[in-house]
Design a protein around this ligand. Structure first.
Ligand SMILES: C[S@@+](CC[C@H](N)C(=O)[O-])C[C@H]1O[C@@H](n2cnc3c(N)ncnc32)[C@H](O)[C@@H]1O
Length: 211
């Protein structure tokens, strides 16, 4: 099963997948891609623009996941201490969803945070602080409760707690753009247990277990 993982970060969403999946990540930032590769030696990790790559190669994948940047959509931009006024990147999120809906025939999912505005396209599912848009019905996805002080634990101890919670074992910390918080790139992750549940439901042939 060839899975495309766009804007993958550390690839936490694919961390618990078994060898049935041939995963290709296309990540823009070298240092983040390096950690992804270290965590997933069996996956292909390409440094580049996932939108360009996917437009050119989408017919080579059986299924697709995208986690576009959330910085301009998150409710945090309205929090007083951040108070950054930026035009939300609608193309990176909604342009992508429209592209997938009309031009991609495989199962797909797009993940983002709950935004500060009413979503322009109705999401398929909400799990905790994340919204998911998909062309498949997703159901019964179990959330993984977040550690205490998830947002405010902006130090090395907080980053270590996040690594432990996510089950991602790597040395050091990666800082995203100008952000000085060592936990930020980890907070951006989808918990591996949630990623696994969703990807399994997207997989052709998935049948629900009825208890
Ligand atoms: C929200 S994080 C992804 C987290 C991921 N879902 C996980 O579970 O680990 C978004 C990532 O997308 C990357 N990114 C942003 N724009 C990109 C682009 N155009 N092409 C490739 N990667 C991009 C960022 O560098 C960042 O690492």
């Amino acid at each position: 099963m060839r899975l495309f993982n766009g804007c993958p970060g550390f690839g936490a969403n694919t961390h618990l997948l078994d060898g049935k999946y041939e995963v290709t990540h296309v990540e823009m930032f070298q240092k983040i891609a390096d950690v992804n590769k270290e965590l997933h030696p069996g996956h292909t990790v390409i440094v580049g623009d996932s939108y360009d790559y996917f437009q050119a190669n989408h017919d080579k994948f059986d299924m697709a996941w995208f986690s576009p940047n959330c910085q301009t959509h998150t409710r945090m931009v309205k929090a007083t201490r951040h108070n950054v006024n930026r035009i939300p990147d609608m193309t990176g999120l909604y342009g992508l969803i429209i592209f997938l809906t009309h031009f991609y025939s495989g199962p797909w999912v797009v993940e983002n945070v709950v935004p500060f505005y009413k979503p322009l396209i109705e999401p398929t599912l909400r799990v905790g602080r994340h919204l998911f848009w998909s062309n498949k019905m997703l159901f019964g996805i179990e959330d993984v409760p977040r550690p205490k002080n998830f947002i405010n634990n902006a130090n090395i101890a907080g980053a270590d707690a996040m690594k432990e919670w996510l089950g991602l074992d790597f040395e050091g910390y990666v800082y995203y753009k100008g952000n000085h918080c060592p936990a930020q790139t980890l907070r951006n992750c989808v918990h591996p247990k949630i990623g696994k549940q969703i990807i399994e439901q997207l997989t052709p042939g998935f049948t629900a277990r009825i208890n």
